[in-house]
Ligand binder design. Structure first.
Ligand SMILES: Cc1cc2nc3c(=O)[nH]c(=O)nc-3n(C[C@H](O)[C@H](O)[C@H](O)COP(=O)(O)OP(=O)(O)OC[C@H]3O[C@@H](n4cnc5c(N)ncnc54)[C@H](O)[C@@H]3O)c2cc1C
Length: 425
């Protein structure tokens, strides 16, 4: 098909062809059977195509749809698939961000949207476990978080070690001076939540297709892209491809986005011991003198989750080795022995290797492609993006629809540097 001569009508034909060839996608989860667009039901045209059904793309599609747009959402391997950054069991939602009040506000607004979504779901999407931060001493991050929470009116309890010990006896608070506790926040069931956003999008008339898309080219009618080998056109293209963005746009972002290998593991709580359950242990993050560990209670019987929040080595999301290294197991075990004594000799029962897509400092990317008028890039979740999916999607949709013509400076291309130096935590 000659892209120059492709019209909306031929786009419809292409998708009907993809469907007839059995390429219209379904998700891997039973709850996603609703996504199985029948070929006949795909005979529509659309105003925007969103490429990537991770948390950013799913919420962008949802907000564009809510604004009355007909949207096609594509994903090469399914919403929140196992290689995607959004494909994990759980992601923390918290509002403490030190002096970065922009993220505290986004988190609060996103929490409301996650809660609304969770209300309608048959299985929980949000677990209000609370989130506990541990500090060895008063540091700027804690001081600024307290000030930001006061200014924004978000609940935050400062707990001394006596209170901490009485509330959370399963934690050894040696060396800890105080904790900050956010009672309203907790854990999002990540994969399930994204799949729910996409299922709702389809139920409301959106189009979802499991297909791999190319970078854009100038087309006769808007812009064109290759989708499973067919040429499609759309006026508006939004690429929310997480760690694949540097592969799709190497000249633009490969020196500005740093994809790193991240490992985490699950530990079996002792038999009959309920103190690591979601109603007894909050999500937690130990600042540990700047060498941060974090984790979750035993959610839905998957085990106590623990991760070392240090940026790993460069990682390829297609071919990278997804086995946790023995050195990482050793460091997780040493930390567990120190802080969670009842788990000291408990077995690891699961592992995951995922990737962060980091910008230079940890700020997101929500901006126009500099060379294409109506092509947008949304990404750089930087290890903390999941919770913000609803607000990132809203901001991206506003930019796509033209109501906000320039990005927030911190989310623009211009501010993305080539040196990896994390400041947003
Ligand atoms: C181990 C780990 C722990 C984390 N913990 C937290 C946490 O506790 N709290 C928090 O808020 N955040 C956390 N994050 C960060 C958060 O998960 C990410 O920022 C977020 O999931 C990024 O979402 P995304 O939509 O940008 O990317 P992804 O979820 O990777 O989605 C991109 C999608 O694009 C698709 N795609 C790519 N290329 C193409 C193509 N050419 N055609 C079609 N589809 C394509 C992929 O298949 C994929 O589904 C964590 C991340 C990791 C890895």
């Amino acid at each position: 098909m000659d892209s120059k001569n492709t019209t909306r009508r031929s786009v419809v034909k292409s998708i009907a062809t993809l469907g007839a060839a059995g390429l219209v996608g379904t998700s891997n989860a039973a709850s996603m059977l609703a996504l199985a667009n029948k070929p006949a039901s795909v005979k529509k045209s659309w105003d925007a195509i969103v490429i990537g059904a991770g948390v950013f793309g799913a919420w962008t599609a949802s907000h564009l749809q809510a604004a009355g747009k007909r949207v096609l959402l594509l994903d090469a391997a399914g919403p929140a698939n196992a290689q995607a950054s959004s494909g994990g069991e759980s992601r923390m939602i918290r509002s403490a961000y030190g002096a970065d009040a922009i993220y505290s506000e986004m988190s609060l607004r996103s929490l409301q949207q996650w809660k609304r979504l969770s209300t309608d779901a048959s299985l929980p999407l949000f677990n209000q476990t609370g989130v506990l931060f541990l500090f060895q001493e008063m540091v700027d991050y804690a001081r600024q978080s307290i000030a930001t929470h006061e200014a924004l009116g978000i609940g935050l309890d400062v707990m001394d070690t006596n209170l901490l010990r009485s509330k959370f006896p399963q934690i050894d608070f040696s060396g800890i001076e105080f904790g900050l506790y956010e009672a309203e926040f907790g854990a999002l069931m990540a994969r399930r939540a994204v799949q729910h956003v996409v299922a709702d999008f389809v139920k409301a008339g959106g189009q979802y297709l499991q297909a791999s898309a190319s970078a854009p080219a100038k087309g006769g009618d808007g812009h064109s892209l290759q989708v499973n080998g067919e040429t499609l056109n759309s006026d508006l293209l939004i690429y929310a491809c997480g760690p694949w963005l540097p592969k799709l746009f190497p000249e633009l972002v490969s020196t500005r986005l740093f994809v790193t290998r991240q490992e985490l593991a699950f530990v079996a709580p002792p038999a009959g011991n309920g103190s690591f359950a979601a109603n007894a242990l909050p999500g937690w993050a130990d600042f540990n003198g700047g060498d941060l560990y974090y984790g979750f209670p035993d959610l839905e019987g998957r085990g106590f989750k623990i991760a070392h929040d240090r940026h790993g080595v460069e990682f390829d999301p297609d071919s990278g080795d997804r086995r946790v290294s023995s050195a990482s197991y050793d460091s997780l075990r040493a930390y567990i022995k120190r802080r969670f004594p009842a788990l000291a000799d408990q077995p690891f029962i699961g592992e995951r290797v995922c990737q962060y897509t980091n910008s230079s400092n940890g700020d997101f990317l929500i901006d126009k492609h500099p060379a294409f008028e109506d092509v947008f890039l949304v990404g750089a979740g930087s290890g903390h993006g999941f919770k913000h999916g609803p607000e990132v999607g809203r901001m991206a949709a506003e930019m796509v629809l033209g109501s906000k013509t320039s990005p927030k400076p911190r989310f623009s291309f211009k501010t993305k540097q080539e040196t990896h130096h994390r400041t947003v935590v």
